[in-house]
Ligand binder design. Sequence first.
Ligand code: NAD
Ligand code: DAU
Length: 339
Amino acid sequence: MNRKKVLVTGGAGFIGGNFVKYLVNKYPEYDIYNMDLLTYAGDLTKHKDIESKDNYHFIKADITDRDTIIPLFEKEKFDYVVHFAAESHVDRSIIDPGIFIRTNVMGTQVLLDAAKLTSVYKFVHISTDEVYGELDFDPTTFFTEETPLQPNSPYSASKASSDLLVRAYHETYGLPINITRCSNNYGPYHFPEKLIPLTISRVLNDLKVPVYGDGRNIRDWLHVFDHCAAIDLVMHKGVIGEVYNVGGHNERTNLEVVKTIIKTLGKSENLIEFVQDRLGHDKRYAIDPTKLEKLGWKPKYAFETGIAQTVQWYLDNKEWWEQVISGEYKNYFENQYNI
Ligand code: NAD
Ligand code: DAU
């Protein structure tokens, strides 16, 4: 029997990295190809536990590099493509939108061309709830798959553009696709530029935690392991052409999140520093995951358990996060924050 070949783009990053581990361990009968450019957000030290496994393969490549990507697809004839690779941080997109358009839009188009040319079995595009824009604070309103796309940041506009390209390749060329739109993830290997790992790493060093505006903006947090299980289900059972929202009804204000972490670590709330708000800061995200639940998915992690385990993971893996924030990130942090 032919072994299935799965290409995961961005598998050296946070969610892609967790998904690569998940697939390598769950499906020894599949060959998993992690393709990543290893930007500031990608690192391979997280894959020490799987790198010697027979079904794990790494390819260093840039998804925007057509001259590399097309021959690679022709040679390997992947069955599945699960596409995570992206510039993912909203604040960086506000500083420099260009790289977001290049990677997230043009890179996705190169992959779609390669997938079409080599007739992949399915292309799963990992998108975000941010493409829907923002909700107000009415707790009865949620993003559904029918909510119109109204992205507000250069990041979310680039993701929405890539979603529309994926949709267009399905409608025009019949490319077999799914799109998933997930809420905010947290868990192991989350890069410390994002709120939760930033807070944990700063509180552990008794440094001030920058909270934008009044801290009342709301995000809907999902443990990355629950996200991995959702993508696995969509990859294998998702109806071709469909979009699936992923979220676990874990809405928290940013201030609640920061205070929970401070309390878990037994530190003082005096570490909180309210700083200038993010430009165009979306008020609230909240996902209605009914469609995915009907397909057979249910999240396992309550936020309180997940955040306690995540704090413990950062305590146990100090070496990893100290190493990833020692390079380019230092300059970024100094330019971004004045604390
Ligand atoms: P991340 O920034 O941690 O990882 C991105 C990875 O992509 C890195 O390993 C990086 O090296 C790689 N990459 C960047 N440019 C590349 C290029 N040109 N060619 C090849 N590889 C490249 O991102 P993440 O938080 O893991 O997010 C992964 C995906 O999930 C993104 O598409 C993001 O939009 C989406 N998403 C993220 C969240 C979240 O909460 N983090 C929620 C919903 C959706
Ligand atoms: O909703 C899904 C999205 O979640 C993904 O598509 C993005 O890739 C991912 O980065 C994340 O985007 P957010 O902008 O919501 O995540 P971030 O961790 O940057 O911010 C979470 C909230 O915390 C947001 O309201 C801004 C606020 N914040 C963030 C930082 C970095 C602060 O108050 N202070 C900070 O220093």
